[in-house]
Structure formats: C-alpha cells, structure tokens
Write a protein that binds this ligand. Structure first.
Ligand SMILES: Nc1nc2c(ncn2[C@@H]2O[C@H](COP(=O)(O)OP(=O)(O)OP(=O)(O)O)[C@@H](O)[C@H]2O)c(=O)[nH]1
Ligand SMILES: [Mg+2]
Length: 217
C-alpha cells in the first residue's frame, strides 16, 4: 500500500441499513448525512442503494457503509437479504403519515426474522419540520422505549438531528464491538465480517467528519 493511502485507514467498518415505508424519507436522510443535500423531488428507490461515509468519532476512524432500501413491497425479497450483514438498522417513519408509523411494528418483525440478534435498532420519525404531523413525539418515544431502542425525530429537509442519529448509531455499535469484537461475526459470510479493522485500508470514498446540523426536534 502506498504511503499516500495511510490517511484513508479506518478502525472500524460499520454496516448500516435504512428501512421503512416508501416515501418516509430514507434516501433523503442518507443524502443529507452523506452529502449535506436535500431534494424535494421524489425518486423512489429501486431495490437497494448505498453510500460510504468516513468519519472520526471519539478518536476512532469509522467507515460507514450505509445501505438504503426501497420501501416498496415489491422489493421486499431483495431488501430483506441485506438485513443479515447489518450491524445497525434505522427504522424510519414519517411523522405526517400515520400508516408509516403503524407499519413500524411490521418492520420490527422483518428485523426479528432477518437480522442478527445483536443488531442495533434506532427509530426515526422523519419530516419533523412539517406542521401537518399526525404522530406526536410521545408516541414515537414510547414505542422506542418499549422496544429498547433509541429514538430521534429528524428532518432531512431542515437538517435537524440527522447527524445526531447517525452519531448515536455509530457510538452504540463501536461500544458493542469494543466489548465483543465478534459481536457481529455471524453476519452473512458474503459480506465482510464485523471485526475491528485496525490497519485495514478504506477505499477513501465518501466525505469525512460530521457536518454540523441543527439540534434535535
Ligand atoms: N418536508 C420534508 N420532506 C421530506 C423530508 N425527507 C424527505 N422528504 C420528501 O419525501 C419524499 C420521499 O423522500 P425519499 O427520501 O425519496 O423517501 P424514501 O423513504 O427513500 O422512499 P422509497 O425509496 O420509495 O422507499 C420526497 O419528496 C422528499 O423530498 C423531510 O425531512 N421533510
Ligand atoms: Mg428511497
């Protein structure tokens, strides 16, 4: 490896997944977090997409591999295959869409059936910038508390709490890996195992560091 690639090294590779009903804002959350952008035009995700982001958090260089799934039912077979390799799953609903909140229960079932037992779950109520909300904060928080998950209300549009949600996810996974480096060793063998990657080289793709962002809703 050339010396020039030394800075691209990372301590941990974290594999994250975004799931939830169609149009709740999964792709926009990823776009906001990875590129600091937002688009109001809706282009539904076909199958699955991913982005890489390199950050430094609490002295650790982290490479985040973030998979963005299609919410549409017709892609469920494809997308559920990606649960197995995930260390962290963001379960996203739209605070203006009651149905998407009701669906959270079904998405939890999908996680139970397809993901690693150890997977870190974070519940996200997106579009908190909208005045037309139908799901209030307390309901989201109660669901998260009842299921032992962290909860964030976010806005990909206004850049509210997006960084905080990803930072919390990263911290939770790193803490798990610190106490048990093989915590996710049972992941899909087709994907890289979740061990600490000291000395491993990253591909250098994606931005680095956190991009600020406003406080949580
Ligand atoms: N007001 C507001 N609109 C948002 C926000 N996030 C996403 N949207 C809008 O919601 C629509 C759907 O966003 P996407 O990110 O494409 O939704 P998705 O969950 O990826 O949808 P699928 O790919 O079909 O599963 C788009 O028109 C976005 O502009 C937000 O935080 N606030
Ligand atoms: Mg999408």
């Amino acid at each position: 490896m050339s010396k020039g690639r030394k800075n691209a090294k990372h301590d941990y590779l974290l594999k994250l997944l975004l799931i939830g009903d169609s149009s709740v804002g999964k792709s926009c959350l990823l776009l906001r977090y990875s590129d600091g952008n937002f688009t109001s035009s809706y282009i539904t995700t076909i199958g699955i997409d991913f982005k890489i982001k390199n950050i430094t958090q609490a002295g650790h260089k982290l490479k985040l591999q973030i998979w963005d799934t299609a919410g549409q039912e017709r892609f469920r077979t494809i997308t559920s295959a990606y649960y197995r390799g995930a260390m962290g799953i963001f379960l996203v609903y739209d605070v203006t869409d009651e149905t998407s909140f009701t669906s959270v229960q079904n998405w939890m079932k999908q996680i139970d059936e397809n993901a690693e037992k150890q997977v870190v779950r974070v519940l996200i109520g997106n579009k908190c910038d909208m005045p037309t909300r139908t799901v209030d904060y307390a309901r989201g928080k109660k669901f998260a508390d009842d299921n032992g998950m962290a909860f964030f209300e976010t806005s990909a549009k206004e850049d509210i709490c997006v960084n905080e949600a990803f930072a919390h996810m990263a911290e939770s996974i790193v803490n798990k890996l610190k106490s048990d480096p093989d915590a996710f060793a049972g992941s899909n063998p087709k994907t890289q195992s979740a061990k600490k990657l000291r000395g491993a080289s990253s591909d250098g793709a994606g931005g680095s560091g956190s991009a600020g962002g406003k406080a949580c809703c």
